[in-house]
Design a protein around this ligand. Structure first.
Ligand SMILES: [Ca+2]
Length: 201
């Protein structure tokens, strides 16, 4: 596993455990804690939300998406109304001169995708992007336990590019319950992301 993959993998695992940490066998858990944990799991959407980034939230992010950054204000992650590939809006991720990675992610239920071959694709535009560049990451979960992690190769999107399709294919295990999809810029520069799609067969 490369360094960038290890760094991001550590963060992604932390995010996963935040929504469904397994109970310790010898440690009683207060009812309120269990209720909060169950409420977090119940709130996870059934399908990928806002894949074309058209809907905006109060935070400036596209609704349904959360910002994830390596440190502080190192990356500006927001909905962009000026550069859409499809519709009127897209997601933009801009480095603010502080390393080293940032972007957006979303957890949703695996549902009918479990056990199937899937391909996740997105359109990406880049400006001044340095290595390792932009990647799509996918973590496969079974309610708090990680079953696998995949991402597009380092160097797939660097430099300056017009809209270009990037995709990630894998077979999901039958017992997958949730998926965590991440759109991450690891390096300097700015990317725009749009027209995210998940195909299954
Ligand atoms: Ca769009």
């Amino acid at each position: 596993m490369k360094i960038s993959q290890r760094l991001f993998h550590a963060l992604a695992l932390t995010c996963a455990l935040a929504f469904a940490t397994p109970a310790c066998a010898d440690e009683p858990i207060p009812n309120e804690k269990i209720k909060r944990r169950m409420a977090r799991i119940a709130a996870i959407p059934a399908t990928l939300q806002n894949p074309d980034f058209e809907e905006k939230s109060d935070t400036g992010l596209p609704s349904g998406w959360s910002g994830v950054v390596h440190a502080g204000n190192s990356y500006l992650v927001e909905r962009d109304d000026a550069q859409a590939f499809s519709g009127k809006s897209c997601l933009s991720i801009k480095n603010m001169a502080i390393p080293e990675w940032g972007g957006a992610n979303q957890v949703f239920q695996a549902g009918s995708l479990a056990g199937r071959d899937i391909t996740i694709s997105a359109q990406i535009k880049a400006q001044g992007v340095t290595a390792n560049g932009f990647f799509i990451g996918l973590k496969i979960l079974r309610t708090g336990h990680e079953l696998g992690y995949f991402q597009t190769p380092d160097g797939s999107i660097t430099g300056d590019t017009e809209w270009k399709k990037l995709d990630l294919s894998t077979k999901l295990p039958e017992d997958a319950t949730h998926l965590e999809l991440s759109l991450i810029l690891h390096g300097d520069g700015k990317v725009w992301v749009d027209n995210l799609q998940i195909e299954s067969r």
